[in-house]
Design a binder for this molecule. Sequence first.
Ligand SMILES: [Zn+2]
Length: 302
Amino acid sequence: MLRALALVLLATAPARGGAVLDVVATSTDLKALVEAVGGERVRVESLAPALHEPHAVDVKPRQLVRLKSAALLVRVGLDHEPWLARVRATVNDPRFAPGGAADLDVSRDIELLQAETARVRSEQGVHVHGFGNPHYWLDPLNARPMTQTILEGLARLAPDAREVLSRNRARFLERLDAGFSRWSAALAPYRGARVVVFHDSWPYFAQRFGLVIAATIEPVPGVPPSPASLAALTAGMREAGVRVVIVEPSSNRSAANRIAASTGARIVTLVPSVGGDPEAADYVTLFDVNVRRLTEALAGAR
Ligand SMILES: [Zn+2]
């Protein structure tokens, strides 16, 4: 019923610029990229808020209604959205099944890191990072294949929009490339710097900018460290001269604070997703904020 209504609305949308596609993304990062490519041709909602426990999301009934009538579901893929299975079961529409007509997995053309990692399953039945590290949007150059996949997904639904979508994407990539020059220059003096991270969100970012992730505080994604693993970690950090610990706004700060206190390392809070900080309002400014915070921490830790 709702879907039928939405189709009627889509069909009767104003002709200027073509019909607007209702898109639901699983993350604010994907929302930002769909908006960058889709421009006026899309209306996008993210199921996950900008900040949440990694891989755990509570989808609201209002969002389920929105998804039912959406033209496209855009997702990170891999094991990033274990909560999506329940959403799919509730919405019960084969269009949104993996590989379905309205399902778009943006990971499909990404060169994955940690793809060999064994599948792990936490006590809550939430499995994470089992098919390769899913935080690939944190390499800004991955936005190229991501926006290409999004362009294809949107153009399949609105073939008349392909030209404008391509123009939008080209404009976005120009801004991204300019940003990438800035970020590379800012981080160049710190190539080879060793950092410790709380959640394993940053391997793509680190690889792109030449940083070395010496250790991860969570022994397994989503699992807090034991006292024994914390002790081993701080000993290793002192030995290796690691001076910076990267946490996220949702990280449990007590473990990070203990590590900082016993090693003298600096804690820097990086933003894992668009909107996680008011300054990180879109995909490009997300990296502006993170690169600035990180260079300040690395400079101060010398
Ligand atoms: Zn993760």
